[in-house]
Write a protein that binds this ligand. Structure first.
Ligand SMILES: [Fe+2]
Ligand SMILES: [Fe+2]
Length: 313
């Protein structure tokens, strides 16, 4: 698996959707579980700029190769979110994308700022922070593309298959960058390997957790991976990540599925109730209209405070 940053910079572009049969989106049905996962995935793709804001304050961003990658990566992820939103809108689920993104961000609350500060401090205190960040990047990209492939399989929706297959190609390139960069950092670097292993075993969470609740993370995992094929998919992620120096035998995704199943064993309604009750809408935060969230002025504000130019003496 090779990766050239120069080639990536030249070739990076928004996902090409020419020829996607958008007019056939409603010709095939999706289950509640499929719709739940699509909303989750869209929200996490749309969360990338905020995730990026955490990285841009860290020591890792002293590296110009990394910042070049992030500049292109962020743009590509934007179009993943846009296209998943378009797909859902065409399927008949009505929401305003900008409003939904603003609400997701507002619901993060103070925990988002705490996480930003601790990532920043950790990166400057810990010389080998980059190895942790790069390994997590590799795990996240590989989990994402595995999740998309599982959704293609689960849903059997041909238009979704076409769209997600195109997005998966981008995610593969992202994975290649993170994996190769992590490998470079960890090779012959025992201290970085120890830090990486220690942090992954203790602070790693599945992609999306933090923006989404534990129960939402479990609902996605169970819908996509709660069978023999799903278990094999997750074991393969662990196996691939275990090839990084110092991470042999790591079992992050398999353990995560086992923990989700354990929570269902204690409460059979856990996670599945979110899917059954179609709980994929994002609630607007109390007392925070969209204008206050984004500080963007609304057309109605401008109409009240601005006189037409012809009236100005
Ligand atoms: Fe993506
Ligand atoms: Fe990605």
């Amino acid at each position: 698996m090779s990766f050239s940053i120069e080639r990536y910079k030249e070739e990076s572009k928004k996902v090409d959707t020419a020829g996607v049969a958008w007019d056939e989106v409603t010709s095939h049905s999706l289950s509640n579980g499929d719709l739940f996962c699509l909303h989750y995935m869209m929200d996490i793709e749309n969360h990338v700029p905020l995730y990026l804001s955490h990285l841009l304050v860290t020591r890792a961003c002293m590296d110009p190769i990394l910042t070049a990658f992030l500049a292109c990566w962020n743009y590509e992820e934007l179009w993943h979110g846009e296209n998943l939103g378009r797909f859902l809108n065409l399927y008949g689920i009505e929401f305003d994308t900008q409003e939904r993104i603003a609400n997701v961000r507002a619901n993060l609350g103070v925990q988002n700022s705490v996480s930003l500060m601790s990532t920043m401090a950790g990166s400057w205190l810990l010389k080998d922070f980059s190895s942790v960040y790069l390994s997590i990047g590799a795990i996240n990209e590989l989990s994402t593309l595995t999740g998309y492939a599982a959704l293609v399989r689960r849903s059997g929706h041909p238009v979704l298959k076409d769209l997600l297959s195109r997005i998966i190609k981008d995610e593969r390139r992202h994975y290649a960058f993170y994996f190769n960069s992590a490998k470079e950092w960890l090779t012959d670097n025992k201290k970085a390997q120890r830090v990486d292993r220690w942090m992954l075993d203790r602070v790693w969470v599945p992609v999306g957790q933090g923006v989404k609740t534990q129960e939402e993370v479990d609902a996605l995992a169970l819908h996509l991976f709660d069978d023999a094929q799903g278990e094999a998919d997750l074991a393969l992620i662990d196996e691939k990540i275990g090839k990084l120096p110092g991470l042999a035998g790591i079992k992050l995704l398999s353990k995560s599925l086992a923990a989700a199943r354990e929570r269902v064993r204690h409460n059979p309604r856990w996670a599945w109730r979110l899917i059954d009750n179609e709980e994929w809408a994002v609630k607007a935060p109390r007392k925070s209209p969209i204008g206050q969230l984004t500080t963007r002025r609304q057309p109605s504000d401008i109409a009240v405070t601005t006189r037409p130019e012809s009236e100005v003496a």
